[in-house]
Write a protein that binds this ligand. Sequence first.
Ligand code: PMP
Length: 302
Amino acid sequence: MENEIRESVMDAIGNTPVVRLERLFPAADVVAKLEYMNPGGSIKDRMVRYMLRHMPEGTTRLVESSSGNTGAALAMASAVLGLECEVAVPECTSVEKVRRIGAYGARVHLCAQESGEGDYHAVARRIAAARGAFHLDQYASELNRLAHYHDTAPELWRQLGGELDVFVCGIGSGGTISGIGRYLKERNPNVRVIGVEPLNSSYRKLVTDRPAAGEFDTVIEGVGKRAPSRSFDPAVVDDVVQVPDGQALAWCRALATEEGILAGGSSGCVVAGIAEVLPRFHGARVAAVLPDSGAYYLSKYF
Ligand code: PMP
């Protein structure tokens, strides 16, 4: 008899469900892909799995800068593969996310947000140089968006039966929107790709030329950047909308209380973005990706 046993938890990544958000948007056709169903708890499991397929032979140590989810995915993979893992995270990262990385046996470095030498990217670079660790570098590596192009996007396309008009996606490193956006537009050039970020983040200007009106400062983890990441590909993005934190959190709570979907703050940000652009797309099917779980922010948002 056949069985369905996976060789490791790495083989349990992906095939996450797509669910209709009918209670939040009864008059529209809005669906969301629940990436918190991945074993490491977020969409970053996919990127890490893809990147590790390309790691240099003989690698024994891994390092990454992460707002938390990539770190957890990397720590999970390192446990399975028997590798050493260090993760540099900004100090504003939720306590649940930091402890999750440590629970897999990885070492966590709490760093400044984005302020030169002490910032989490610089710390990861220093560790890579000092210890000869393989640095995944999601903010610069082309493998980030390729992971979503080759893995997340075709899965979403298949699950939708190729039927969608608008793809709405949060932007952090930009890997998700760039990889999925490219794939969808290759399949159907009429698909509109809309990015969502917190107020005064830097991506909107790249796409629309509209500059930020003030200082970038958000409590939403995972989305928004003071300076854009090289992983973002503006060529496949039609528009970027900016969402106040209060709206993102209100939609995040509504996802839980109306749809029974306990998702993170960036998911609330994405759904707030959907609510904003829906009036532009009458009768359209709108698809989104919800990157992680609200369980990692119980002490922060709920
Ligand atoms: N939401 C959360 C919770 C994340 O951790 C990330 C990754 N930084 C994103 C959204 C954005 O994804 P990407 O980095 O692919 O733009």
